[in-house]
Design a protein around this ligand. Structure first.
Ligand SMILES: Nc1nc(=O)c2c([nH]1)NC[C@@H]1CN(c3ccc(C(=O)N[C@@H](CCC(=O)O)C(=O)O)cc3)CN21
Ligand SMILES: CC(C)C(=O)C(=O)O
Ligand SMILES: [Mg+2]
Length: 264
């Protein structure tokens, strides 16, 4: 069985077939998600919060990401695996190349994800020129939580919306092959999704993105404390974990998730 490729994901965008993405951090869930029809697994630096119990994603190291990515890759054979580059691991081009190479070579990731717009364009150009697929991440940037002052919706003001749109187009031009849009108004995400050739995966970004992603533990209802409004407890509805993941995949594919109460 060969792995899903970027070409497959681009074809899904063109065919308007929704892309179902979930985070996972270990081999057992990786296998289960793949069996349940998930297309792409994101090894998110959210693992700092849901696995390590940290207050933010900032303490996550490249070694942590490599460990979890390798486990996820070993547990699967069909899914496309994206690994987050952690806080400051792409602060300049040399660091970005070194750390992305480790995530790919040691972790076995198929793509790396970087948060930010203009600041990361030189790194995105260099990584993609050297054959490393890159996913951008705009809107709410959890690695900037202390500068922003919390996890809030981004892009409600037209000037900020304009900046996010410009960053999205620039990331695509720099070679990014996928984009995550987090916590932005549904109308903005729709507009960006229509303007880009590359697949746009939303989280709290409305139903009109090319695909959706959620943090696994949020959609299973086992995150401690307050779960973001854009997530939904599929386990409560489905009764057991494989059924919950299947229901998520089905709800993304048929456009039922996210509903009006899960978007801004
Ligand atoms: N478990 C978990 N789920 C996530 O989605 C997630 C993480 N952790 N860690 C990294 C970031 C942080 N994220 C978050 C965290 C909280 C909200 C949240 O509470 N948002 C409010 C909106 C508040 C506002 O706009 O003022 C909400 O009600 O959804 C959003 C995204 C998304 N990511
Ligand atoms: C929430 C998603 C997009 C992420 O970046 C993560 O899980 O770290
Ligand atoms: Mg992340």
């Amino acid at each position: 069985m060969s792995r899903l490729s970027l070409a497959n994901l681009r074809k899904m965008k063109v065919a308007q077939e929704k892309i179902a993405v979930l985070t996972a951090y270990d081999a057992s869930f990786s296998h289960l998600l793949e069996q349940s029809g998930v297309d792409v697994i994101l090894v998110g630096d959210s693992l700092g919060m849901v696995i390590q119990g940290q207050e933010s994603t900032l303490p996550v190291s490249v070694n942590d990401m490599i460990y979890h990515t390798a486990n996820v890759v070993r547990g699967s054979e069909k899914v496309f695996v994206v690994a987050d580059m952690p806080f400051m691991s792409y602060a300049n081009i040399d660091l970005a190349l070194l750390n992305a190479a480790r995530l790919m070579a040691e972790g076995g990731a198929h793509m790396v994800k970087l948060e930010g717009g203009k600041t990361v364009l030189p790194a995105v150009r260099e990584l993609t020129a050297r054959g490393i697929p890159v996913c951008g991440h705009l809107g709410l940037l959890p690695q900037s939580v202390h500068r922003v002052g919390g996890y809030h919706v981004q892009g409600r003001e037209s000037q900020v919306a304009q900046q996010i749109t410009e960053d999205a187009l620039d990331l695509q031009s720099a070679g990014a092959d996928m984009l995550v849009l987090e916590c932005v108004p549904a109308s903005l995400a729709k507009s960006i999704t229509e303007q880009l050739r590359i697949p746009v995966i939303g989280i709290g970004a409305g139903k009109d993105c090319d695909g959706q992603v959620l943090v696994l533990y949020d959609m299973l209802g086992i995150t401690s404390g307050k779960r973001p409004r854009f997530s939904h407890d599929f386990l409560a509805e489905a009764g057991h974990i494989p059924a919950a993941v299947s229901l998520y995949v089905q709800s993304v594919k048929n456009g039922q998730f996210p509903g009006p109460e899960q978007q801004y």
